[in-house]
Structures are given as C-alpha cells and as structure tokens.
Ligand binder design. Structure first.
Ligand SMILES: Nc1ncnc2c1ncn2[C@@H]1O[C@H](COP(=O)(O)OP(=O)(O)OP(=O)(O)O)[C@@H](O)[C@H]1O
Ligand SMILES: [Mg+2]
Length: 244
C-alpha cells in the first residue's frame, strides 16, 4: 500500500526527499538549539529570555506538526477513499470561519451565502480541509484588520465558492506555480509567515478528486480563489447562470 502511495513522487523522488529533509531540519535545528541553550545556561538566563525561548520552541513545534500533517495529507492523496455525500456549504463555511477567527482575531470575516444555495456532492471532511486551507491562506497573506469574504452562489451544474482577501496579491506569472508542491511566492510577507508550500497542492488535488475545479485571480492586491464544486443532484440544480 505504501509503495502505491509513494508513486506520486516517483518522477522526482530525490527532489522530494531533499526538500522534505530541509523543511524538517530547519524547525528541528531551532528546537534543539534553544532547548540546549536553556539546559546549559538556565541559571544565567532571566525570566524574559526563558519565556522568549520557550515561545520559539512552541512555535517551531507547531510548525513541525503542521508540516508533518501536510506531508501525510500529500502521501495519502492517492490512497484516500472519498466518501461523497450531499453537503450543505454554509454550515461548513461557518465552522471554518469560527475556527480561523480564533487565530486571526484582528481580521473581519464576512460570509455571503444565500439560503437557496444548492447542496454539493463532496466528501465533507475533505471539503472542510479545502476551505480551511483557503481561508487560512487568506488570513495569513493579508493585512491585519483587513476584510475576508467567503461567498457561495449557484453556477449551473456547480456551486461557486469564493474566498476573497486583500494583501500581498499574486502575480499572474505565479497563478499555476502556487499549486505545485513546496512552492511559495517570495515576497516580504511570505518570508515573515510560516508555511511549507503544500497547502494549495493538497487543496487542488482534493478539489479535483471531488470533480471540482479551482482557480485564482489577483488584481491590485485583491486575491480571489474560486472553487467550483459539483451540485449533488443535477435534477435539482437551479438553472442559474454563473455571475460574470
Ligand atoms: N490568499 C493569498 N494571497 C496571497 N498569496 C497567497 C494566498 N494564498 C496563497 N498565496 C501564496 O501561495 C503560496 C502557496 O500557498 P500554500 O498554501 O500552498 O503554501 P503555504 O501557505 O506557504 O504553506 P502551507 O503548506 O502551510 O499551506 C503561499 O506561500 C503564498 O505565497
Ligand atoms: Mg497555506
């Protein structure tokens, strides 16, 4: 089973191993360094420094956990059996927003979803993971106090879910690249925030496994990620046209 799962990397397996090793080594080196300093110089350190070092160890441990979880998700992508069911979009969006709000209390989140929105055919957990990645990115790569809008509307055989944020923006030249494994856009903000560059790779793969589509557009710092998810029951679908 594991061999099959690893097929995803067979094209550039060595690149994958070296990138993973590097990504793991950075937080581990920092955890080891700060814990050694604390053990060797405990009596010489003031409380403020101890607090600061422990905070770094905690942050780097969280980074490591996030990284390992993302890598497991990537590994499982080819093996995951999806459980496709009828899913209501709004409750999932509300759950994600309330989770993300805890970590990004200075952002303002707006959910714009009408009651007449069609149900989608999706694996609830995976759809939740997709939204989690997109909304978390929207918060991570935008300015404090900025607005994040999550909207959904019927769009023929699909439901269109958009996550809009204002921040660093993405150059058109990077639209495709950001969905590749370990790819991050190099700018002052991405350098400041932690990330492994796996989130959108996982997101795109999950969306496509559920027969959906994902696209990005960014203009004047306003970035929109749009996910199109298939409607659960084609007969029921609203005959609405995509808003242009
Ligand atoms: N809403 C956004 N606004 C601006 N840039 C974005 C946005 N979402 C993603 N990006 C850019 O795309 C890159 C890839 O995103 P991705 O989610 O794959 O990785 P990450 O956030 O760096 O790490 P992680 O694996 O922890 O999600 C980011 O590093 C960032 O440069
Ligand atoms: Mg991300």
């Amino acid at each position: 089973m594991i061999t099959i799962c690893y097929n995803i990397y067979m094209d550039n397996y060595e690149d994958f191993i070296s990138t993973v090793s590097h990504e793991l080594r950075t937080p581990l080196t920092s955890i080891r360094g700060f814990s050694q300093t604390m053990l060797n110089s405990w009596d010489k350190l003031d409380d403020e420094s101890k607090q600061k070092f422990l905070k770094i160890i905690e942050e780097q441990s969280n980074r490591l956990i996030g990284l390992v979880e993302n890598m497991l998700s990537v590994t499982k992508l080819q093996c995951t059996n999806l459980i496709l069911k009828e899913v209501s979009v709004k409750p999932v969006v509300n759950t994600i927003v309330s989770l993300i709000k805890n970590s990004y209390q200075n952002h303002q989140f707006f959910v714009e979803i009408n009651e007449n929105i069609n149900k989608i055919l999706a694996d609830r957990d995976k759809f939740q993971q997709v939204l989690m990645n997109l909304v978390e990115n929207a918060a991570k790569y935008s300015a404090e106090n900025s607005h994040i809008i999550i909207s959904a509307e019927n769009c023929g055989d699909f439901v269109s879910i958009k996550v809009v944020s204002t921040g660093v923006g993405i150059d058109e030249a990077d639209y495709e690249r950001i969905f590749e494994k370990f790819s991050r856009v190099d700018n002052p903000l991405t350098r400041k925030v932690e990330g492994s560059g796996l989130g959108l790779f996982i997101t795109k793969n999950l969306v496509e496994k559920m027969d959906g589509k994902i696209a990005v557009e960014s203009e004047n710092g306003v970035t929109t990620f749009e996910v199109l998810m298939p409607v659960s029951n084609i007969e029921q679908q609203a005959r609405s046209k995509c808003a242009q």
